[in-house]
Design a binder for this molecule. Structure first.
Ligand SMILES: NC(=O)c1ccc[n+]([C@@H]2O[C@H](COP(=O)([O-])OP(=O)(O)OC[C@H]3O[C@@H](n4cnc5c(N)ncnc54)[C@H](OP(=O)(O)O)[C@@H]3O)[C@@H](O)[C@H]2O)c1
Length: 260
């Protein structure tokens, strides 16, 4: 069994580890972690390493799970101790060539962009590997990611777009759900109930798009009966630039990601 090491045990690493453990396919004793905060490994239920060096020397796969701005601090120690070890980076905006420059030219690297829905096993995850990653290594990474949700192997030049579409869009969707619920509160429904109903409705709508593969506009039209209630809401969204507001939000993320 391969040994997995998480460098950084924050939100995303703990969500991935939870997925791995829940799948029943991994033994906790094969999962290791190092974080500047002691106690994090225990919280995640993995074996604690006391340094980056010991983590690198123990595992077959290192998952770089610190914030992108912390990478320059940790990569020198990884370079020194992990030659030949498979590197998996989940850092937003950091390219494979950035990582290879900081490590070594022929480092096997898989770049991953997860999303926070990994916390409930419903992540949407992109990955791409460089030419130094062997097929079996890529399979190990994909299997690990599949325990957190759905995976897409993508060309690296699509990562900024993916980041906006799947990495950041959960935040937009949570805000949308809350906006639906707040309006329901204004109309007289208790907030907790409104949130539950709004989330369930968003969940079901996404499921219908995915399962029927019908165009979202066809589905929207099917809900708008002539002279009915829904068309009033749809026209109000259009009047208030709903779609172009969403477009701008997505493109703002793409732009920021390219500048990271
Ligand atoms: N969260 C998301 O939705 C999401 C989505 C896609 C991609 N990502 C990527 O996932 C990565 C992790 O994000 P996150 O949200 O999990 O961040 P996070 O919760 O801040 O986790 C990072 C962890 O690394 C620790 N750390 C900081 N410096 C360290 C060092 N030198 N050595 C070891 N550990 C160190 C942090 O400790 P302190 O708290 O003490 O600093 C923290 O526990 C980022 O690169 C991000 O771009 C996150």
């Amino acid at each position: 069994m391969a040994k997995y090491g998480f460098l950084g045990l924050g939100n995303m690493a703990s969500a991935i580890i939870a997925g791995m453990k829940k799948s029943g396919k991994y033994d906790s004793k094969d999962i290791f972690g190092f974080d500047t905060l002691s106690g994090k490994a225990e919280e995640c239920g993995v074996t604690a390493c006391d340094s980056i060096e010991s983590l690198c020397k123990t595992v077959d796969i290192i998952v770089l799970a610190v914030k992108p701005q912390i990478l320059p601090k940790v990569l020198p120690a990884v370079k020194e101790n992990a030659e030949g070890t498979l590197i998996v980076s989940i850092a937003a905006g950091k390219t494979i060539s950035y990582l290879a420059d900081a490590l070594y030219e022929d480092a096997p690297i898989v770049r991953v962009m997860p999303n926070i829905n990994a916390r409930v096993g419903a992540a949407t995850v992109a990955f791409c590997a460089n030419q130094f990653v062997k097929c079996e290594q890529k399979k190990l990474v994909e299997e690990m990611l599949l325990t957190t949700g759905t995976t897409f192997e993508l060309a690296e030049n699509m990562f900024s777009i993916f980041t906006a579409l799947a990495g950041s869009s959960p935040a937009f969707t949570y805000i949308y759900i809350d906006a639906l619920a707040r309006a329901a509160v204004e109309a007289g429904m208790p907030k907790a109930q409104a949130l539950e109903i709004a989330a369930s409705s968003v969940f079901g709508s996404a499921k219908l798009v995915m399962e029927t593969k019908e165009h979202p506009y066809v589905l929207a039209d099917s809900v708008c009966s002539p002279g009915g209630t829904t068309i009033e809401g749809v026209l109000s969204l259009q009047e208030n630039a709903f779609e172009s507001t969403v477009h701008k939000a997505v493109l703002a993320v793409v732009d920021k990601d390219k500048r990271l």
